[in-house]
Write a protein that binds this ligand. Structure first.
Ligand code: APR
Length: 254
């Protein structure tokens, strides 16, 4: 696959790169994105009926069943060639890559990347919904989806254990957001990979970079809300683009 000249040129010059990833980054690992019309996670579901504190209050067993099944799918999934290429690029040492992800899976880490910020939390970082303490009791693994499943109970206070993710209407983890903003402000290039760019404040990061004159490269097969501010766009899947980019960078320095 040919790497567009503008993308290669920007990548070759950059030394501090912030990479913002979204669900499309994990699509080639078999994990559904949120907003694909036919197959996206929300295709037959109203997000507000599952991914909000109100949904949890109303019916924790329904919400827990859904997330417990997603944990199974994420555990089964493997990092794809895009995750691996990012990790290898970082290890190569020519540039520093700061990975900021909206994804609650751990595929970047399992590919070998250090993730600077999980802006929307991690599905595996369980905590008590009442006292907030970390919890590790996840219960029996699910082998198939179920409609309802009682959440585990907190060993400290007896409250219900919830996934450590950010639901609609909840604040992002402040420390993660601050790290992501700092990395974006100090970057000389921002990659935006596999996100529709409609959920804030995450989508505000590349916009912030753009306003400061930092080039933004978008890798996404589809046009997005961030395409207009991108200096360069590359309309290919991340799992094809990133290995090709890494190969081209290596050829360039060879
Ligand atoms: N490579 C790159 N991009 C891809 C690929 C791929 N193989 N496949 C799909 N995409 C793109 C889609 O074109 C789309 O623009 O990934 C994007 C996925 O968008 P969303 O499903 O909206 O996911 P995301 O942007 O991560 O959602 C943001 O919304 O529901 C909340 O908290 C949830 O973190 C999530 C946030």
């Amino acid at each position: 696959m040919n790497v567009p000249d503008d993308v290669l040129d920007l990548a070759r010059r950059a030394r501090e790169i912030t990479v913002l990833t979204g669900a499309g980054m994990s699509a080639e690992s078999g994990l559904a994105t949120f907003r694909d019309a036919q197959t996206g996670l929300w295709a037959n579901q109203d997000p507000a009926s599952l991914a909000t504190p109100e949904a949890w209050e109303a019916d924790p067993a329904r919400v827990w069943a859904w997330y417990r099944w997603r944990m199974t799918l994420m555990t089964r999934a493997q990092p794809n060639a895009g995750h691996r290429a990012l990790a290898e690029w970082s290890e190569a040492g020519d540039a520093h890559l700061w990975v900021v992800t909206q994804n609650v899976d751990d595929l970047h880490e399992r590919a070998g990347s250090d993730v600077l910020a999980h802006l929307h939390g991690s599905i595996f970082a369980l905590r008590c919904s009442r006292c907030g303490q970390d919890a590790d009791a996840v219960g029996e693994p699910l082998t198939e989806p179920v409609e309802r499943l009682d959440p585990p109970v907190c060993v400290h206070c007896g409250g219900l254990v919830r996934p450590g993710i950010v639901w609609f209407g909840e604040a992002l983890p402040q420390d993660a957001l601050e790290r992501a903003e700092a990395a974006t402000l100090s970057a000389d290039l921002v990659f935006v990979i596999g996100t529709s760019g409609i959920v804030y404040p995450a989508a505000g990061l590349p916009i912030m970079a753009h306003h400061r004159g930092v080039p933004v490269v978008e890798i996404n097969p589809e046009e997005t809300d961030l395409s207009d501010i991108a200096t360069a766009t590359w309309r290919v899947p991340a799992g094809e683009a990133l290995p090709a980019l890494l190969t081209a960078l290596r050829e360039n320095t060879a």
